[in-house]
Design a binder for this molecule. Structure first.
Ligand code: UT7
Length: 332
């Protein structure tokens, strides 16, 4: 198709979360912690946990269907699906499984891994295909089930994570471009701050050749290091994006940040001189859902009628890698 010179608009969003809710009080029965500690240090109260019968692909498919319905198109109109996840059901990727579940028979689908920056990186990738005229309708999904990989005996990390999926439909438009600016960054020298590493056992195949057989487990994090990184790099990335979009903090209607810690969101808003009422936060209900957190928060705010068509949103994702990024877009 020739869609050359198209702009991009985000025309639909959707989300899904598992039914089971793990509260701070439940966690206090499992490790030495308290509702008070978790709430004051992170802003979290609940997180949703996928049951053995709920898969990442199913959650993603529900979120995707909701986004497609809001955009007013059908699954067969989708040209490309990018599933941002670090926790696929299948190490070969889960995007094609989602494609099958939603019946997007005309799409090509692949996974993208950039931890908690994944959704933002997927949005920026989708933009390239749309602006280049290659695809008109791109479905981006951010989904993670980190509960599968958490060390449930480590109080420093197990209280933080929950499961969920969020999706958005990006469409090529001829009247303008609603993604006003973006930036993507990574710093490999801080790679060991947050990991879900491969742990192997060795298996001798024949004399002199040893193969590894293992799994990825568990999440390890230097919380203080990641905290410091986030409060420094995120405002910087948003400031750069505002500069490139020719905007100031006064022009931003909503701050849509990766939901890692309410204190991080408050600190970023303060540094940018954006009033705290403009922070979109659902961290109390979902905790940190990694790649899902930005689209989950966006979907709730759109469906509540908080975010309205034309509103200017400054979004930023950050996390393992270390990776981070920012995008400024107008909703709808
Ligand atoms: O999505 C990827 C991005 N991830 C993040 O952005 C996470 C960034 N980091 C954070 O959000 C914060 O560092 C945490 C929430 C993880 C921790 O908060 P903190 O204020 O940095 O706490 P801390 O690690 O400095 O620990 C303070 C104290 C320690 O005790 P001592 O050494 O002062 O006696 C910890 O052992 O709190 C203790 N502690 C806990 N106490 C009760 C750590 N975890 C817990 C807990 N319950 N769950």
């Amino acid at each position: 198709m020739n869609n050359m010179g198209a702009g991009i608009a985000i025309t639909g969003c959707g989300s899904a979360a598992p039914e089971a809710i793990l509260t701070n009080y439940h966690l206090a029965q499992m490790v030495e912690t308290s509702d008070e500690w978790i709430k004051t240090r992170t802003g979290m109260s609940n997180r949703h946990i996928a049951s053995p019968t709920e898969s990442l692909s199913q959650l993603s498919a529900v979120a995707a269907k909701n986004a497609i319905a809001m955009a007013g198109i059908s699954a067969t109109d989708i040209d490309l699906i990018i599933l941002a996840t670090s926790t696929p059901d299948d190490m070969f990727g889960s995007a094609c499984k989602v494609q099958g579940l939603i019946g997007a028979t005309n799409a090509v689908a692949f996974d993208l891994t950039a931890a908690c920056s994944g959704f933002l990186f997927a949005l920026i990738n989708a933009t390239q295909f749309i602006r280049n005229g290659v695809y008109r309708n791109v479905l981006i999904i951010g989904a993670d089930v980190l509960s599968r990989w958490v060390d449930w005996s480590d109080r420093a990390s197990c209280v933080l994570f929950g499961d969920g999926a969020g999706a958005a439909v990006c469409q090529g438009i001829s009247d303008g471009d609603r993604l006003l600016s973006y930036g993507m960054y990574s710093n490999g020298s801080q790679n060991d701050s947050l990991n879900l590493n491969y742990q192997s056992d060795c298996q001798a195949l024949v004399d002199g050749i040893i193969a590894q057989q293992g799994t990825y487990h568990p999440i390890t994090m230097n919380g203080k290091e990641v905290y410091r990184f986030a409060v420094a790099r995120v405002p910087e990335a948003i400031e750069k994006a505002m500069f490139h979009a020719n905007l100031t903090a006064n022009d931003i209607d909503w701050l849509l940040l990766h939901q890692a810690n309410q204190r991080i969101m408050d600190a970023v808003a303060k540094r940018l001189k954006i009033p705290s009422e403009k922070i979109l936060s659902n961290i109390a209900e979902y905790g940190n859902t990694s790649a899902a957190s930005i689209p989950l928060a966006l979907d709730a705010a759109v469906r509540e009628g908080k975010v309205k068509p034309g509103d200017t949103i400054a979004a930023s994702g950050f996390g393992a890698g270390l990776t981070w990024g920012a995008a400024i877009f107008q909703w709808g």
